[in-house]
Design a protein around this ligand. Structure first.
Ligand code: ZN
Ligand code: ZN
Length: 316
């Protein structure tokens, strides 16, 4: 399928493509896996899609169908996945190609620049939260209030969890409450694990801040049978006292994105519940600026390239 791109989010995972540069023999790739656009031309034999239809392309856009994970129906953990912007060209472009099986239906009511980050950051947090085993009313803490965390707080709140936002600094309290948190814990000023324990402990802590040390501190704040669900990928290790795991049956697990069907549910839930990312938009020729600022964590909260930026009347 040929897609006329309207918007593409700039995600930290893009660094894997961009920093690879031309150092190895791999073909250079157009980065970008948070793509929203319209079908511009149908590939031969494609059925079920129309020209002009609004679609998205996320991180995982195909699987081999034959590896052990795929044979067990777990295509998210495919050993040979199609990854947009890594082994196929992505959405830092006006036009891109994608396989029909990797497309996500995007509701018309969602703004392209706001829908784009939902396809990766949104899907990751939505799926991790809904699959973590917590029930309505349970204490669920979101550790980190950046690109992933600010979406996770909204999802957790709308899923009916007793939602705790944890970040560093008093200045984030107001935003956390605006996003729907029931309580904000300033990890600079108080011991976050202790604060969670006074609430009975968290059934789930979602680790969205890229700090192994910070995630490690959360384990002692889990309720019995509680889970630390890791979605950020810090460079430093997570270290944990076995006693915190064994006595209370606590666990630490990772969660990776989701399928195209999960992605359609992410968009539909966000649409219904009025969940939106906070975005800063950039024109396509400002992609390097957007990328550099994202890497410096200098974007509130997701950077998005908008292809008809000037016509749209928005400012970078
Ligand atoms: Zn991403
Ligand atoms: Zn596979």
């Amino acid at each position: 399928m040929r897609i006329r791109v309207e918007a593409c989010g700039v995600c930290h995972s893009d660094s894997a493509t961009i920093e690879r540069g031309t150092a190895d023999d791999a073909q250079p790739r157009v980065p970008g896996h948070e793509v929203v656009g319209r079908i511009d031309a149908l590939g031969e034999g494609v059925e079920g899609w129309q020209i002009g239809q609004r679609v998205g392309v996320g991180f995982l856009a195909g699987e081999d169908g034959s590896c052990p994970s795929c044979r067990q129906g777990d295509s998210v953990n495919c050993e040979n996945p199609v990854i947009t912007g890594m082994n196929t060209d992505g959405g830092y472009a006006e036009i891109m190609l994608a396989e029909a099986r990797g497309l996500v239906r995007v509701p018309e009511e969602l703004d392209a620049a706001e829908a784009a980050p939902l396809l990766c950051a949104g899907l990751t947090t939505f799926n991790a939260l809904r699959n973590a085993g917590a029930r309505a009313g349970d204490v669920v803490a979101i550790h980190g209030l950046g690109g992933l965390g600010h979406l996770a707080v909204q999802f957790a709140s709308k899923m009916g969890f007793h939602t705790i936002a944890i970040a560093r600094g008093a200045d984030k309290a107001e935003l956390a409450m605006q996003l729907g948190a029931d309580r904000y814990i300033d990890a600079k000023a108080e011991n976050a694990a202790e604060a969670l324990r006074t609430l009975g402990g968290a059934k789930v802590v979602l680790g969205t801040a890229p700090t192994g040390e910070g995630m490690s501190e959360m384990v002692a704040g889990l309720a019995p049978r509680g889970k630390l669900v890791v979605v950020a990928v810090p460079g430093d290790p997570i270290s944990v006292k076995a006693v915190d795991l064994v006595f209370g049956g606590r666990s630490i697990v990772g969660a990776l994105t989701g399928t195209v069907a999960d992605n359609e549910q992410t968009l539909s839930f966000a649409g219904m519940q009025n969940i939106r990312p906070l975005v800063e938009t950039f024109a396509l020729d400002q992609a390097q600026v957007a990328y550099d600022r994202m890497m410096r964590a200098d974007v509130r909260f997701r950077a998005v390239l908008v292809m008809n930026h000037d016509k749209a009347g928005v400012n970078a």
